[in-house]
Write a protein that binds this ligand. Sequence first.
Ligand code: UD1
Length: 420
Amino acid sequence: MHYLAIQGKQKLSGSVSISGAKNAALPLLALTLLSSRKLTITNIPEVADVKTLLQLLTNLGATSTCNNNTVEIDSTTVNSACANYDIVRKMRASILTLGPLLARFGHCEVSLPGGCAIGQRPIDLHLKALEQMGAVIEIKQGYVVAKAPKGLKGATIIFDKVTVTGSENIIMAAALAHGSSKLVNVAKEPEVVQVCEILADAGVKIEGIGTSQLIIAGSGGKLLDIPDFKVIPDRIEAGTYLCAGAITKSKITLTNVNPKHLEAVTLKLEQMGFKIDETRDTLTIHPGEKQLPSDIETSEYPGFPTDLQAQFMALCTQAKGTSIIDERLFENRFMHVSELSRMGANIKLKGHSATVEGKAKLNAADVMATDLRASSALILAALVADGTTKIHRIYHLDRGYENLEGKFSKLGAQIKRLEE
Ligand code: UD1
């Protein structure tokens, strides 16, 4: 197994190019199931989760190639509607094939993803919405077995909670349904918006794109003439590199980024004492004179993203004073706390709230990555720790960060991938 060895206390400088968004690429690859033509998708991040979904689609009968961040994919040849456990268990987001498969074939079997490190993560809202669209759903031997022999019907769906992949699943299902659907309390994340925009480019009539209420006119089961497209930049990867600049007190520039998608994040950094310059597609962070503590509450977009909570916690360990971090989306997303504490961080947990006392002197240690974003918090802590930190189980990082060591090395970090 591989691990990362990071020698701390190095200044970073220069620029880093941000990859396409993993969380956009995944629903967009699932969306190819609704396409009547072969598609070319650019700015695809070459990360493990994308490879897993491509493997799942190939397993269903699609053909694809992936080179230089471009995927050519023909999902018109898909001839199976069964997403099996062996692939789904590797990645929860495989559930994104549920809506498109059911809408296209009138039946499907998709393995239940099960729990994960950051909590239970049910899919009840996906299932309830599909039932409202006329699907009959049973759970059999760990599989969601769904049937809608006459196709899905348009319906009014009010999501009880804002769910990102739930919204994407149902938007894709509604695009192929018979009749019109009204979706209320839809997620407004940029990744959800991109799914809607591409459907609109394919001729689907959608009102309310970018708002929490959508009206979608279904195609009545007809596959869609989806144009080739480019994946939006990864706002979570971008936020992670901004934190790297902040924690190491370095000036770094991010290119190929959409600053509008990061407003809640850059605002927090400014409140913490960092100066940020932006152009249409770059962000530059400057070292802060004083690093101030922060109060952070995660929430749905456009609020502060839960996927950057762990990274900001690492940053708060280096601010002078008390920071409070409230995790509002996932019940168990504090797995990084014990590892950060092993490096010398002073963090107290109470329910969904963490109190971080800074500034803590961090020391290198052997630490364990527990989930994708928790692992990046450990990298940030390692960048300012005394000595060489070893981060184990980095397969979590490979799920979502493209060319991580390459990008950090180019910025001047002393980072190596080694074999245990
Ligand atoms: C997506 C992102 C993930 C991010 C999360 C929140 C992808 C591939 N993943 O995950 O990186 O951390 O959004 O921004 O885009 N819930 C239910 N029932 C459901 C669905 C969700 O109770 O049927 C709850 C969840 O347990 C959680 C909350 O709703 O508490 C939000 O989860 P959700 O937005 O669905 O997260 P994902 O789409 O899985």
